[in-house]
Design a protein. Structure first.
Lengths: 361, 392
């Protein structure tokens, strides 16, 4: 096959490209330039969008011996990922930009262009597996598994995707990179959000959304406990940075329970009020039955909860076997079918809301 | 493989390789006083005389540099600084809007860091500098102008500029002109003294010499403030130990290419015309950019409507055809060419452009290979041209 290897400049995508060559594919490497101004993105070791990353990707392609190009997707990335990220926070939700990037950039804009140019598939260094039936499965490395951020891919997108690293741990990938003479073998993992240079998401959002002071309200009493600079600065489940001067009557810490953009209100309450037992998702992508038992993951690298999932074209409703805390609207809910050969992704949806237990309502 | 990117760099001539290797075997710093040093110095001076003779300059006007970018920087900044030092009112730079980045960015740097005022000369649809605008600028600002820089021929679209006319016009006001002639040497006739230019940039690797060596022809009475400070080896304008093998090889290639220029213009020009005709035949809506006749014999430059230039490059590269989209930034990102934008202010046309440049070893087989791959590549690139994916 003629395949396009998306090369971030990190160790995973370099080894994935090398494996694709070894598998007999005709591989072309492409680095996606996503930053309008690469200098402002995370530098070197931590990001994937700097000039240094582009150079690392180019060098890896040299070592592997494949053609290499840079594709400028900065405008698309800005519109579909960065602007969306800001709009989601402004709407009181907590977006996952990596999910969005996979959905709109890597496996959409890039894949479409690749197919049009005569490539058959896109290869990435994601830690996930695609089995012979075309189903997405978790990586053998549970700690590095990225199936959560790939669950949003349609069967068509998955059908044109190759994830060569799903059967290898991260440590194994690094060792292999060293064996192959790839200089990125010991490059630190990228994490956090690539387009927020200093990792200060709240500060970054404040620059874009401005200061919009509002009230912090107690969920139980309705009492105003304090002021905030902008509701977008909060995430459900957040405890730190609330700046509430009066302690709760019971002396226990308070957490963000919900964000209401219309009234610019942040509602706080005790930890147990965070607990939800039913989660609703919209924009579903579903390959399972209409009512199934599954394991649900509600955020990246989050815990997994057994649940009963009812699927309809409008959305997913997951009734959890036990309540969980800190479920934020805007995140993805991903349903897995446990399997010894890698849990199988049944589908996903974007969390719209979650119901609290009766006692906390 | 069909190598159609000679404007980026062209293969070294065998005699230039030989000259390089033979000089590289010898020890000797051209500034040393002993026999080995004198021997090295002799080679440098013979090369200088050869280049001067071939390009219509005096030996003392040949300043060896590390290549075209350095020569352009030295000319633009050096003459600007020297002229401003002599007369603080002279803070204006006039340059064409289609200059190579080595000039363009030097001028912009002077604007940002040295308080220069810039008059950018517009070009017509063929990429030719508008002389009437130069006349108007000179009438309005002659007393402020430090230096004028207009390239001899454009590196992207190949259009040859009316440098002698432009220099003559500037001479009426006593203003020095620099011209970047990197693409022109060996392709079209060129004579430094006859041109009247104050400074001229040439480089080795575009005419069959090595990369990393070039020269600035700088008129005897033209002052330039150095960019780099050190031993002052080259007329106290340029410092750095002279690269003897590079210089010898450069001079060898330059002599050979200038001697072969009439033959080159005829043979490569005919090949280029065939390339243009066949491309326009195979892709009828392709647009030839640049002047149809006043262009470098080795240059062909097209826009392919509906295609991204970098998609075409990828597809042609996969088919063994090497070409260029024009300019690239440090990350290798395709930027719409400032040259095309200056000519047509049509970003889509600029993004859909491709340069196919021929050189001394180009053959008809290269064109056959290009034409075998091009129609399919254009068709594919057109399919990829629409960037919006289907909504989920």
């Amino acid at each position: 096959m003629r395949v396009l290897a998306a090369m971030s400049g990190g160790v995973d995508s370099a080894v994935a490209a090398a494996r694709a060559v070894e598998a007999g594919h005709d591989v072309t490497g492409v680095h996606l330039a996503l930053a309008r101004n690469p200098q402002t993105y995370r530098t070197g070791a931590r990001g994937c969008c700097t000039l240094e990353d582009a150079r690392d990707a180019r060098r890896a392609a040299d070592v592997i011996g494949i053609p290499f190009y840079v594709w400028d997707l900065a405008d698309r990335f800005h519109e579909d990922v960065v602007d969306d990220f800001v709009a989601e926070y402004a709407a009181g939700r907590t977006p996952n930009p990596c999910v969005r990037c996979n959905e709109k950039i890597k496996f959409a804009a890039v894949l479409d262009r690749a197919l049009a140019l005569g490539f058959d598939a896109v290869v990435t260094g994601h830690h996930a597996r695609r089995d012979e039936q075309g189903r997405l499965r978790r990586s053998v490395d549970a700690g590095k598994d990225q199936s959560y951020v790939l669950a949003v891919l349609t069967p068509e997108q998955l059908g044109h995707s190759i994830f060569p690293l799903g059967d290898t741990t991260k440590a194994g990938v690094r060792a292999e990179a060293a064996r192959r003479g790839l200089a990125v073998a010991d490059k630190p993992d990228s994490h956090d959000i690539c387009f927020i240079a200093d990792g200060d998401t709240q500060g970054w959002l404040r620059e874009r959304l401005g200061s919009t002071p509002g009230e912090i309200v107690d969920a139980g009493s309705g009492e105003v406990l304090g002021q905030h600079d902008g509701a977008y600065g909060f995430t459900v489940g957040q405890r730190k940075g609330l700046r509430i001067e009066r302690p709760a009557p019971d002396g226990r810490p308070r957490y963000v329970l919900s964000i209401t953009p219309v009234t610019n209100t942040v509602t706080v309450g005790p930890a147990e009020a965070l607990e939800v037992s039913t989660v609703y998702g919209q924009r579903p992508l579903w390959s399972g039955g209409s009512r199934v038992r599954a394991e649900i993951q509600l955020r990246a690298h989050g815990e997994v909860v057994p649940a009963t999932v009812v699927a309809s074209p409008d959305g997913l409703v997951a009734t959890l076997d036990r309540p969980v805390r800190g479920v934020a609207a805007g995140q993805a809910m991903v349903a897995y079918q446990p399997d010894p050969a890698g849990d199988i992704v049944l589908g996903c949806a974007t969390i719209s809301h979650a119901e609290r237990l009766a006692s906390a309502a | 493989m069909a190598y159609l990117d000679h404007a980026a760099t062209t293969p070294m001539l065998p005699q230039a390789v030989e000259a390089y290797v033979s000089a590289a075997r010898e020890v000797g710093n051209a500034s040393s006083l002993h026999a080995a040093g004198r021997c090295a110095r002799r080679k440098v001076e013979e090369s200088r005389e050869l280049i001067a003779a071939v390009l219509g300059a005096r030996p003392s006007e040949v300043i060896f540099t590390g290549g075209g970018t350095e020569s352009d920087n030295l000319a633009v900044k050096g003459i600007f600084w020297a002229r401003r030092a002599a007369d603080p009112a002279r803070t204006r730079v006039i340059a064409s809007s289609v200059e190579h980045h080595a000039v363009l960015d030097s001028v912009q740097w002077l604007e940002e860091h040295e308080g220069a005022t810039v008059s950018w000369l517009p070009v017509d649809a063929d990429g030719t500098v508008k002389l009437d605008v130069l006349r108007a600028e000179l009438d309005a600002h002659a007393d402020e102008v430090a230096v004028i820089s207009v390239m001899w021929a454009n590196n992207e679209v190949g259009t040859i500029q009316p440098v002698p006319e432009l220099v003559a016009m500037a001479a009426e006001y006593g203003i020095p002109c620099h011209s970047d002639a990197i693409q022109a040497v060996g392709q079209i006739p060129l004579d430094f003294a006859a041109s009247g230019a104050a400074a001229l940039t040439v480089t080795g690797h575009k005419l069959g010499g090595p990369v990393g060596v070039g020269a600035l022809l700088l008129g005897r009475d033209v002052a330039a403030t150095p960019l780099m400070h050190g031993g002052g080896q080259e007329r106290d304008v340029r410092s750095g130990t002279l690269d003897v093998p590079g210089i010898v090889s450069f001079a060898t290639a330059l002599e050979a290419s200038v001697k072969a220029q009439p033959e080159f213009a005829v043979r490569v020009g005919a090949l280029r015309d065939e390339l243009i005709d066949r491309v326009l035949d195979a892709v009828p809506d392709a647009i030839l950019n640049g002047h149809r006749t006043d262009r470098l014999p080795g240059n062909a430059h097209f826009s392919f409507p509906g295609c991204e230039g970098d998609a075409l490059l990828l597809l042609l590269d996969a088919a063994g055809v090497a070409c260029s989209t024009g300019s690239a930034c440090s990350a290798g990102l395709a930027q719409p060419s400032h040259v095309l934008l200056a000519m047509c202010s049509d970003e889509e046309r600029a993004r859909s452009s491709l340069r196919l440049s021929l050189g001394h070893d180009s053959t008809k087989a290269d064109i056959d290979e290009l034409l075998a791959a091009l129609p399919g590549a254009v068709e594919r690139a057109r399919r990829a041209g629409v960037k919006k994916p289907a909504a989920r």
